[in-house]
Design a protein around this ligand. Structure first.
Ligand code: AMP
Length: 292
């Protein structure tokens, strides 16, 4: 595995691999099995797997966990190598942002006015900025993203179509702990009591996914039940949002187009003492009389 820390040296390497396909997995490191599943996917479908590890300051708001975001360079290098990464790109902040940017990307409210975009103003502008930079540097044919961050998949997929990036987005399923909690680098910052309550998110989403897939409840009622379930089983957290939208358009389901069935996203975000957790399900929802 090659470890590359500068953009120039990455470009030099890339120049000599013009006829090879590149699968790219962008991350913020502190690798876990969710990341490793993306690497595995990329390895099966491409000649070269590129993993980037960069904790992008632009996507953290004031008062968020940029400082406490977990980092472990040596462990990440070891796990990346074991997982079969070919090129590990680990730029510094100074390498990625030598001077303040004089151009700003603004993702429309249509995609970011709800879910995490509403709770974290400017977050997706920062995500898209770094993704544009990384795509220009890495020049992959395929980009591997986790459905754990469903809104991020929707935003980046639209970015790629809006700006005609020659890259194909591959959205991979969420990898979970044995008790159902979605794997996340941030899970290490949960207290023991919080960790015990955190699987309630997945449990509530499973119930909601069934109700939406079968069309047995109105979206408003599904939301109410998800909130009640989390409040009962994870009393240490405060609920940031529970939302139900179409996917990947992220429109209110009531105003989604009138097709017989539609992809529906049910997503939650909660805040424990030091950690904000998100999770979701996307289901094919059958429209029943008067529902959705
Ligand atoms: P992060 O390092 O959290 O920015 O995540 C990097 C990539 O890994 C993103 O595309 C995430 O959606 C994806 N990812 C994070 N957690 C998981 C998970 N539990 N399962 C699958 N993919 C994940």
């Amino acid at each position: 595995m090659k470890i590359i820390e500068t953009i120039d040296s990455f470009r030099e390497l890339r120049k000599h691999a013009q006829d090879q396909t590149i699968g790219f997995v962008p991350t913020m490191g502190y690798l876990h099995e969710g990341h490793l599943s993306l690497i595995d996917h990329a390895g099966r479908e491409n000649d070269i797997v590129v993993l980037s590890i960069f904790v992008n300051p632009l996507q953290f708001g004031a008062g968020e966990d940029l400082e406490s975001y977990p980092r472990d360079r040596e462990r990440d290098i070891r796990l990346a190598e074991q997982a079969g990464v070919d090129w590990l790109f680990m730029p510094s902040n100074k390498e990625m942002y030598p001077q303040p940017m004089q151009h700003q990307i603004k993702v429309s409210d249509g995609l970011t006015g709800k879910l995490c975009g509403a709770s974290r103003p400017g977050h997706f502008d920062g995500v898209v900025t770094v993704v544009i930079k990384l795509l220009h540097i890495v020049q992959p044919q395929q980009l591997y993203l986790g459905m754990k961050d469903a809104q991020q998949v929707a935003v980046i997929d639209k970015l790629i179509r809006d700006f005609n990036f020659p890259v194909n987005v591959v959205a991979c399923p969420t990898v979970r702990e044995s008790d159902g909690l979605a794997k996340s680098s941030r899970n290490v910052n949960l207290t023991e009591a919080e960790r015990n309550q955190a699987p309630a998110l997945n449990q509530a989403l499973s119930i909601a996914a069934d109700q939406l897939a079968n069309g047995t409840e109105q979206p408003a009622e599904v939301r109410r039940q998800v909130k009640a379930y989390i409040q009962q089983h994870a009393p240490s957290c405060s609920i940031d949002y529970v939302e139900i939208t179409s996917f990947p358009e992220l429109q209110d389901v009531s105003s989604a187009d009138s097709a017989e069935s539609t992809m529906v996203l049910v997503a939650v975000a909660v805040k424990f003492s030091r950690v904000r957790l998100i999770d979701n399900r996307v289901v094919q929802s059958e429209r029943k009389e008067g529902l959705l």
